[in-house]
Design a protein around this ligand. Structure first.
Ligand code: 5GP
Ligand code: MN
Ligand code: MN
Length: 325
């Protein structure tokens, strides 16, 4: 029962004093917003917290002032002096990345997440796979703890909902999401500004990267699969950073008749990061899992060894089989 799970999570938080709060590598809007929301909650409860991520906070999320308090992990100086960990928006332990390598053996961990592929890696697990975003679960936790919302936390919760629902458009957008978003707007969240800033504005590098991606847009013979690839050199040549890849996969997904859209991104060491989006019946989380990744039915990802041409062939073959084509 959900109430009991909220109670267990709250009991976990009450039982420790100093927390480390982590989320997944290459943090997205929900990952950063969830980290900040937990940080805010801990502060309200009089707890000490260190917020950390393997990567840096995407600059477009810097309007949430507290995002400046999220430290970037440094292997030379790992965080110390905490007695419990809270992981948010991580489907499995590996998603925490390098930060996890610094955890003391046997430290209690609270796992708060909404991915259907979550494997209950925590000591205590607060998982709701029908939540649109991890911030939705955190909203429920704050409400359950009877702590009043303010503009700061409402902005983080609204941001996580907006980004994980693709601007309140994906199939996870439901009455509960809208109800929570509405309550957050009552806290003077600048919804219009955030939507414009996160969903409409593009950097020049982002557009140049899109130009290259579209040049390489490819289709399966039956047009049910479309994909784009970005070579590592494209990043430097367009001045793009990792964040500029966000949303690129949708250009493949959005083509009429396409059921699975895929983005292949070559990394510095030649590995390939794969982002998959499904509009039809295909379960891309299951496909991603066959390559050691995971995610949601309609949005999932995984990593493969290079070279990129072989990774593309392997993934397209698997998707084709899943589609029965
Ligand atoms: P994206 O394609 O935007 O990177 O990720 C889409 C969804 O798939 C997200 O919910 C993300 O958590 C999940 N995902 C992406 N890459 C991986 C991966 O390598 N492993 C797992 N377990 N999930 C992933
Ligand atoms: Mn995420
Ligand atoms: Mn999420």
């Amino acid at each position: 029962q959900y109430k009991n799970k909220l109670e267990d999570a709250l009991a976990f938080i009450r039982s420790a004093e100093r927390f480390l709060v982590v989320s997944h590598v290459q943090p997205d809007g929900d990952a950063i917003s969830s980290t900040l929301t937990v940080g805010w909650l801990l502060k309200q409860l009089g707890k000490a917290a260190v917020l950390i991520n393997e990567g840096t906070v995407p600059s477009r999320l810097a309007y949430m002032e507290a995002s400046g308090t999220i430290m970037t992990f440094n292997e030379e100086e790992p965080p110390t002096a905490y007695d419990a960990i809270i992981a948010v928006d991580c489907a499995d332990f590996r998603r925490i990345g390098l930060v996890a390598g610094s955890f003391p053996e046997g430290i209690p961990l609270l796992n708060i997440d909404h991915h259907p592929t979550n494997d209950d890696f925590g000591t205590v697990n607060l998982i709701r796979t029908d939540a649109a975003a991890t911030v939705e679960i955190l909203h429920d936790l704050i409400e359950y703890a009877e702590i009043p919302f303010d503009q700061e936390v409402a902005t983080a919760i609204y941001t996580g909902l907006l980004t994980d629902t693709g601007g309140f458009r994906y199939s996870n957008t439901n009455a509960s999401v809208m109800r929570i978003a509405s309550r957050m707007l009552e806290q003077d969240v600048q919804g219009h500004w955030i939507a414009d800033h996160l969903l409409e504005r593009m950097t020049k590098s982002q557009l140049l990267l899109l130009q290259r991606g579209l040049n390489r847009l490819s289709f399966s013979a039956d047009n049910r699969i479309a994909w784009i690839y970005i070579a590592y050199a494209d990043m430097a040549e367009t001045g793009a950073i990792g964040d500029d890849l966000e949303g690129l996969v949708n250009y493949a997904r959005n083509v009429e008749g396409v059921e699975v859209g895929i983005l292949f991104k070559e990394t510095e060491n030649g590995d390939v990061k794969v982002s998959m989006r499904s509009v039809g019946q295909a379960d891309v989380a299951a496909i991603a899992q066959t390559f050691g990744g995971g995610g949601h039915v309609r949005a999932a990802g995984c990593k493969l060894n290079g070279p990129i041409s072989e990774a593309i062939t392997a993934v397209i073959d698997t998707v084709r089989k899943a589609l029965g084509s």
